[in-house]
Design a protein around this ligand. Structure first.
Ligand SMILES: [Zn+2]
Length: 69
């Protein structure tokens, strides 16, 4: 049996919720947190390594992968 492999994969980011969702044929298959980069303002999947912390360890800014270098 052959699977119909015309699945439409879409990625949607809900800016109000800061949640990204991967949809296959309109069904949500994955959810991930998003964050806006405080440097370039791009919205990307949240990576905890991107937090810029102050001396007490409190996250104050978040940088995307591009701006972290
Ligand atoms: Zn950035």
């Amino acid at each position: 049996m052959e699977a119909t492999s015309m699945s439409a994969v879409t990625e949607v980011i809900n800016v109000a919720e800061m949640v990204g969702r991967t949809l296959i044929d309109g069904k949500v298959v994955a959810e991930f947190k998003c964050e806006r980069c405080d440097n370039c303002e791009r919205i990307e999947i949240l990576d905890r390594a991107g937090y810029q912390r102050d001396v007490s360890g409190t996250p104050i800014l978040w940088f995307c992968g591009q701006c972290r270098k």
